[in-house]
Write a protein that binds this ligand. Structure first.
Ligand SMILES: [Ca+2]
Length: 510
């Protein structure tokens, strides 16, 4: 029998007694107040205590936050209506106060959007790869049996384990009942958090988790694979057959639970996760639109596999083209197995980090193309300005929320197409400058001598001959600018040192 059941069984009488005493005192006080306010009525209301003892309704001492108390009463009623145990519901929700840190975490939007490559480079650290190798060796028999059963690559399983909890080292500083209740009460995603809280109560009811196992991330994710409670109920596996689905301390259960999740999320045995490709100049970037197509659709347009040959020698596999850092960064074909990882955590950065760790652990390589670390990326405030600018110019970027999502990329791509720029949809500072210039064109858009010199240097870096970089737009500089404009695919060339050309040169200079 799981030890949690024993603990809860022992604590029941004391809990019940304490709860009914507390409720009784409250009921008595409110009954007296009612009597005093209405001395002439024929019938006093029945004391709530009697009702409570009859129907087992959970009772809670006030948290000091009347709004939270009211939400908790309502939720407890919904939990009972959903078939949850009154006792466990009361036990998990008693003594809670809202956790302001969890609300802050849930709402915080970092002002500095760290560039993509920062996150990925940090997540795919050499120490994590080394630890992954060590764990794979340590649990080799389990990893191999799990891979045989579910078809999921060993490296990807280890990659998720490493990124989620650093193989169990990550501190889980929060109490799941408290953070789930707080975020349900806070209300932005109430239905989700109430669902998770119900699942958590069910986990305890069934003896799957004891009190020490309810520590979680700020969002309520549990154990080393960081499962939400409903995921635990549906996907956790008892691999070693000891009767417990132990995602907290049992390596075999952890490894199999991660693999089971991916298998249920659409993992395809034997297929690749992603392939890095090289795109020829002038490649149609509108194909980077999150649509799955056969690899042959990209190959026919000149995309070539960095590895020298297509994975499995098969160009009928479907993939979406993804340019995580725009035209000047790596170009990736993402297969169905990448989508399965994305179902574990819907962030592209997360999925790419896991995929890269997986590739390294399974004997492959990291990315060959360099990240465009020279590009200046945008803060959240700048992203909002970009989004508002795109919307004002008629290129629908969706909500002005400071977060770069599909809408922002689509709006930017539409803007880039209209301006004759390579349409990679990647928001950089140079693109923000382009949008600013489009919104508030200077009378002639001409550059100062210092800016012209800057443009000349950038054009040299891009391989155009400008003569001397002296801030003077002579004949050779003008010819170079015109050639640059043609290379951008602009419908007309000016040959002029304009702010638009400077922004474009900044965007594409190495
Ligand atoms: Ca087990």
């Amino acid at each position: 029998m799981p030890h949690s059941k024993v603990l809860f069984a022992l604590s029941r009488p004391a809990m019940r007694l304490a709860a009914s005493l507390g409720a009784g005192a409250l009921a008595l006080a409110s009954g007296l107040a009612l009597l005093a306010a209405a001395p002439s009525t024929a019938e006093a209301p029945a004391p709530a205590e009697a009702q409570s003892l009859l129907d087992n309704t959970p009772r809670f001492a006030s948290s000091g936050d009347p709004g939270f108390d009211a939400w908790r009463e309502g939720f407890a009623a919904r939990a009972l209506a959903a078939g949850r145990s009154p006792l466990i519901t009361e036990q998990l929700l008693s003594g809670l106060t809202p956790d302001a840190r969890a609300v802050r975490q849930d709402q915080t939007q970092p002002e500095f959007n760290r560039p993509w490559w920062d996150y990925v480079d940090r997540a795919v650290s050499q120490s994590r790869i080394d630890r992954g190798r060590f764990r794979i060796n340590q649990d080799a028999a389990v990893f191999e049996a799990v891979e045989a059963r579910y078809g999921v690559d060993i490296g990807v399983i280890a990659g998720i384990w490493g990124v989620e909890s650093n193989f169990g080292d990550a501190a889980l500083p929060h109490e799941a009942p408290r953070v789930l209740a707080t975020l349900a009460y806070e209300g932005r995603r109430r239905a989700d958090f109430e669902r998770w809280l119900l699942a958590l109560i069910e986990m305890v009811e069934r003896g799957y988790a004891g009190p020490s196992e309810l520590r979680s991330s700020w969002a309520g994710a549990l154990g080393q694979p960081q499962f939400m409670p409903d995921v635990y109920l549906a996907r956790a596996v008892d691999w070693d057959g000891d009767g417990r689905r132990d995602i907290w301390a049992n390596d075999a259960d952890i490894i199999a639970s991660i693999a089971n999740y991916l298998a249920e999320a659409g993992w395809r045995r034997g297929e690749p996760v992603f392939q890095e490709v090289r795109l020829p100049p002038g490649f149609d970037l509108s194909l980077a639109d999150r649509t799955m197509r056969p690899v042959s659709a990209y190959a026919e347009r000149g995309a070539a596999p960095m590895a020298g040959a297509w994975a499995n020698g098969d160009t009928s596999l479907e993939a979406e083209l993804f340019l995580p850092a725009g035209l000047t960064g790596p170009a990736l074909l993402l297969h169905a197995n990448f989508s399965a990882i994305r179902r574990y955590n819907p962030s592209d950065r997360y999925a790419l980090a896991v995929a890269l760790i997986g590739a390294r652990l399974d004997g492959g390589q990291g990315l060959r193309a360099a990240w465009p670390s020279h590009l200046r990326t945008l803060t959240a405030t700048m992203v909002r300005e970009l989004q508002a600018g795109l919307n004002a110019l008629g290129h629908d970027a969706g909500a002005v929320d400071g977060v770069v999502g599909a809408g922002t990329r689509r709006g930017l791509r539409s803007f880039q197409l209209a301006r004759g720029l390579p349409a990679d949809g990647f928001p950089t500072y140079a693109m923000l400058e382009e949008v600013r210039q489009a919104q508030h064109p200077r009378s002639d858009g001409r550059l100062s001598a210092a800016e012209t010199e800057d443009l000349q240097r950038l054009l040299v870096q891009l391989g155009f001959r400008v003569g001397r970089a002296d801030g003077v737009a002579g004949a050779r500089t003008r010819a170079a600018i015109a050639a640059f404009e043609r290379s951008l695919g602009r419908p007309e060339t000016t040959g002029l040192p304009t702010s638009r050309n400077l922004a474009a040169a900044r965007a594409f200079a190495p």
